[in-house]
Write a protein that binds this ligand. Sequence first.
Ligand SMILES: *Cc1c(COP(=O)(O)O)cnc(C)c1O
Length: 346
Amino acid sequence: MNNKLIDLSSDTVTQPSDEMRAYMCKASVGDLQKGEDPTVNELEETVADLLGKEAAVYLPSGTMCNQIAFKVHTNPGDEIIMHQESHPAHLEGGAISALCNLSVYLVPGVRGIFNSSAVTEALRPNDVLYPRSRLVFIENTHNLCGGTIWPLENIKAVVAEASKLGLACHMDGSRLLNACIAADLTPKEYCMPFDSCMIAFSKGLGAPVGSALAGSKAFIEDALHWRRAFGGAMRQAGIVAAGALYALRNNVQRLKDDHDNAKRLANGLCGMTKIDIDMDSIQTNIVVFNIAKSGMQPSQFNQELIKRGVRMSSYRGNVMRAVTHLDVTTSDIDTAINAVHDILAE
Ligand SMILES: *Cc1c(COP(=O)(O)O)cnc(C)c1O
């Protein structure tokens, strides 16, 4: 009936809607680096207000938000404490070492969440032998651990411990609005404890380009310097920033649909004997499951899915990952479940 690929490989694959495109077409623009792009200015003010920070800066990617935050918070040779499955440790092209000259202390934690004691244990002694511990990094929702949500109490405990030890704290909120919708908390409540935080517009929010980094005025002034140095300072970026504004105004509440679709997919998969899935990890729009018992490699599994009009992704081992988003309907989810049924002959 339809030839559309049901693309669950990521929530980055969304197409801007006709309405979003129309809104982008009409955007007023100017030279961003002179502070003269009205649409970017409006977006940055909107984000600062949304996250409860003094200022924000629009950047081309989430990776650049994280790396610029690291650059501002640290000096070369310093160390960042983060969960062992963190995005910057695995999926940011080695920028932590290549661009920021930092070392990383990876801590364990169930489904991407760690406790304040992990921070205490990771802190380096004040001795020339060691790197200087400088920053704690938290990912909310946690991507590789399956879109899991940091409980606010847990965040407060970790940040309190970090502050006590003299460490700054940064939150990667690429999917923070997913966490907010699922946990019924405001972005402000989640961002309050942090020195800096970022959100992405090009994930579940469905905009084509960009993320924003927020913090104090002084922090953002420094960030503007590094935006230029990292080559991320654009000019008439209002064209794309308009897509982000449109997304913030129209695509936040509907994230609940993505979460419902992820649960529906997980429920469909969890009954299959050749699939292992941790149902407690199904909290937002990401479904991670293990296909080891099928005897198939993820690449082969995905080839079979594609033959049936569905695509997922995998990062390592026998783990598959499916992400729901605004271009996926509930009936698409049922098609995906049937495709998996068919492949595994369940
Ligand atoms: C996608 C993602 C990023 C990076 O965003 P890009 O825009 O792809 O650079 C950072 N952190 C997390 C948790 C992500 O999911």
